[in-house]
Design a binder for this molecule. Structure first.
Ligand code: ZN
Length: 257
């Protein structure tokens, strides 16, 4: 029993190295972010990890929106409207926008993430900066509709697919572990934005708890079969290190398994 895993790039943002590490970087230069959603497919299942943001949100936030994540999924013959399971790694705007494009889905979220996004810390700009109140409210509505499955810690959501509470970046940040033909793969999402954050133990500046973030790097390494089985959340190197599934999808989709 193994799954195929794809990273689908939907947006881009040019920024400087110094913006990606606490304390900056002595060798400043360009270090852009790519924005992804991920598809896990196999065993008759389709599980989408994160839902990205819309073109309108890209304009509001000054990010270059390349394509709607649902359209990117369609290139892999995956219809967002019929997907049954969506893992929301955390509730930041670039991971949870568009969730209304997945009306049939159960949303998998860590309980701590909802506590964080609706609790006292949101009184501070420093903590709420990357959240959009309407998206958090939307998740509250989904909860009342019975469509959110809350997790506390580490739980299997399908045979060979599990979510893992990492924390750090946000209080309820979770990563996803998947059994693939090359072993246990971990979609870190923003538990590590870049390879460099986890490999050099240099945390990203948007952070709830530095201690949890650093512990999280160790946990990610323990969950994955090797460092080459760890996929960071925003690193353009992912598009270079993995192959496109077809010529037509080059620059848009890479296959991670
Ligand atoms: Zn992010």
């Amino acid at each position: 029993m193994t799954y195929e895993v794809y990273a689908l790039k939907y947006a881009h943002h040019a920024r400087r190295r110094a913006e990606n590490f606490i304390g900056g970087d002595p060798h400043d230069g360009p270090m852009p972010l790519d924005y992804f959603v991920w598809l896990i497919r196999g065993e008759g299942r389709e599980i989408v990890v994160d839902t990205g943001f819309s073109a309108a949100m890209g304009r509001k936030r000054g990010r270059e929106h390349l394509r709607c994540p649902a359209e990117a999924l369609r290139l892999l013959q995956c219809e967002a409207a019929t997907v049954k399971d969506v893992v929301v790694s955390h509730l930041h705007y670039d991971h949870v926008g568009n969730f209304d494009l997945f009306p049939a889905a159960t949303l998998h979220l860590q309980e701590l993430e909802m506590n964080y996004a609706t609790g006292r810390y949101m009184g501070e700009e420093r903590h709420r900066y990357a959240y959009e109140v309407e998206e958090v409210v939307g998740m509250v509505r989904r909860t009342y509709e019975g469509r959110v499955r809350f997790h506390h810690g580490d739980e299997e959501i399908a045979p060979g697919v599990s979510v893992h509470l990492i924390g750090g970046h946000t209080m309820g940040m979770q990563s996803v572990r998947v059994k693939t033909r090359r072993g246990w793969l971990v979609l870190a999402s923003d538990a590590s934005h870049f390879y460099a954050n986890m490999e050099e133990v240099r945390p990203f500046p948007i952070v709830y708890s530095v201690a949890d973030m650093v512990d999280g790097y160790r946990k990610l390494r323990a969950l994955a079969d090797s460092p080459a089985h760890l996929i960071p959340g925003h690193d353009p190197l992912v598009m270079q290190r993995y192959p496109a599934p077809s010529k037509a999808l080059e620059g848009i989709v890479v296959r991670l398994d």
